[in-house]
Ligand binder design. Structure first.
Ligand code: MG
Length: 162
């Protein structure tokens, strides 16, 4: 089997007085995301998509929120460790598509930087990293700015015998 697809989803609450990291980029905003790590909703969804493609479980299995090693950790490190697992199985990423759902702030000005950060970590060109964003038209918890959501899909290709 040479190709595998994976999908991931993640949610975090938003609160005042904490930084907002999305896609490995700190975004100026009056609210940030709450979590055991740096609460980067997009990188977590991407990790879950990568793990899911190879049936390796989920981010909570590999980086449990009960483990003090991961308290406040930069999620770029979690992505790098996840990619290590993918590489050890002999797979490479072909492309990544993702969507953020949040009411505020506007994500468009930060997408190019996110694509740089993510593409360098997963070993593909920026052109093969897609990041989209939508509001929920003020509906639900995302619309009330209580939280945010990220979805990610990846395609992996077997390169070597892992
Ligand atoms: Mg998370």
């Amino acid at each position: 089997m040479s190709y595998r697809i994976g999908s991931g989803i993640d949610f975090h609450q938003l609160a005042e007085g904490t930084p907002l990291f999305i896609g490995g980029v700190e975004i100026p905003h009056y609210k940030g995301a709450i979590g055991h790590s740096d609460a980067d909703v997009l990188l977590h969804a991407i990790c879950d998509a990568l793990l899911g493609a190879l049936g390796l479980g989920d981010i909570g299995k590999h980086f449990p929120n009960t483990d003090e090693r991961y308290r406040g950790i930069d999620s770029k490190i979690l992505l790098e460790e996840t990619m290590q697992m993918i590489s050890e199985k002999g797979y490479k990423v072909v492309n990544l598509d993702s969507t953020l759902c949040l009411q505020e702030p506007k994500i468009a000005p930060h997408i190019e930087k996110m694509r740089q950060v993510i593409s360098s970590r997963i070993g593909i060109n920026e052109a093969d990293v897609s990041i989209k964003a939508t509001t929920t038209e003020h509906m639900g918890f995302a619309g009330r700015e209580e939280g945010l959501i990220a979805y990610a899909s990846v395609l992996l290709k077997k390169e070597t015998d892992g």
